[in-house]
Design a protein around this ligand. Structure first.
Ligand SMILES: C[S@@+](CC[C@H](N)C(=O)[O-])C[C@H]1O[C@@H](n2cnc3c(N)ncnc32)[C@H](O)[C@@H]1O
Length: 244
């Protein structure tokens, strides 16, 4: 992965290793989604449940680090969504995302940018801000700054929702990596040996999960008064949190 080419010329676009796996190797992530290795299906089903129960009026949905929006485009069907905004650094992912929305009736807009800068480039307020599997690339203080930004960008009854990897109590990043590798060896399917090694290196080098308690604490510190873990996926690697 260290040899992966990064050809970003836009100063807004980050150059760090955590994005390169997706920018240059979208194909690997697409396989992960198709094989449901990260429980996209269940996690996004939970997102849909929240949208249906809690967004009973027309709403603007902001999908940060949207990737190919495969699942977002499906779970927004037959909700009260009025407008979808997808932000990502990967041209390839955004092009796939556009295709996913082509045959829907949802008004969709796509922006190539660093998701951290979302507040400067979208019309506010947003009603739902969703981040799937991406916030954990930030260091803890940057996660907090980002969450404060999200809080500020939301409408009064708006919701911030994330689906992210978690550390178990007492784990550090190296123990997390070992747990990830064990889960990967037992449960993940569909990747070649080389793709698997590439992914494991990405996880070891770039993932910075928090404990459930710390994800919740960050939300409280960012100013959200109603913070809940609403879903844990079956392998124990990923959890979904809702902040209001
Ligand atoms: C693990 S994928 C998640 C995609 C999607 N949200 C999901 O739930 O499957 C990470 C995505 O984040 C994008 N990405 C990584 N860093 C980014 C950044 N700083 N700003 C915008 N997009 C970023 C990548 O291009 C990739 O599409």
């Amino acid at each position: 992965m260290k040899n992966a080419q990064s050809k970003n010329t836009d100063p807004q676009i980050p150059e760090d290793i955590s994005t390169e796996i997706f920018i240059n190797n979208w194909r690997i992530y697409r396989k992960i989604i198709e094989n449901d290795n990260m429980s996209h299906r269940e996690g996004y089903a939970k997102l849909r449940e929240i949208l249906i129960e809690e967004m009973r009026r027309p709403f603007i949905f902001v999908d940060l680090a949207c990737g190919d929006a495969y699942y977002s485009s499906k779970v927004l069907q037959d909700t009260k969504v009025e407008k979808y905004i997808g932000i990502d650094v990967s041209e390839e992912a955004l092009s796939l995302a556009k295709d996913e929305f082509r045959d829907t009736s949802i008004e969709a807009r796509f922006l190539r940018a660093d998701f951290i800068n979302f507040a400067e480039i979208i019309d506010k307020p947003a009603d739902v801000i969703w981040v799937g599997f991406s916030l954990h690339h930030l260091d803890t203080p940057d996660k907090l700054q980002f969450m404060k930004k999200a809080k500020k960008a939301l409408s009064n009854d708006g919701i911030f929702i994330i689906y992210e990897p978690i550390l178990l109590e007492g784990e550090d990043r190296s123990i997390y990596y070992n747990r990830f590798k064990q889960t990967f060896d037992i449960h993940w399917s569909g990747l070649t040996k080389e793709e698997g090694e590439f992914l494991l290196e990405h996880v070891r080098e770039s993932e910075k999960p928090e404990t459930s308690k710390d994800w919740i604490k960050l939300g409280n510190e960012a100013g959200f008064s109603n913070v809940k873990k609403v879903f844990s996926e079956k392998t124990g690697l990923y959890e979904l949190f809702k902040f209001k």
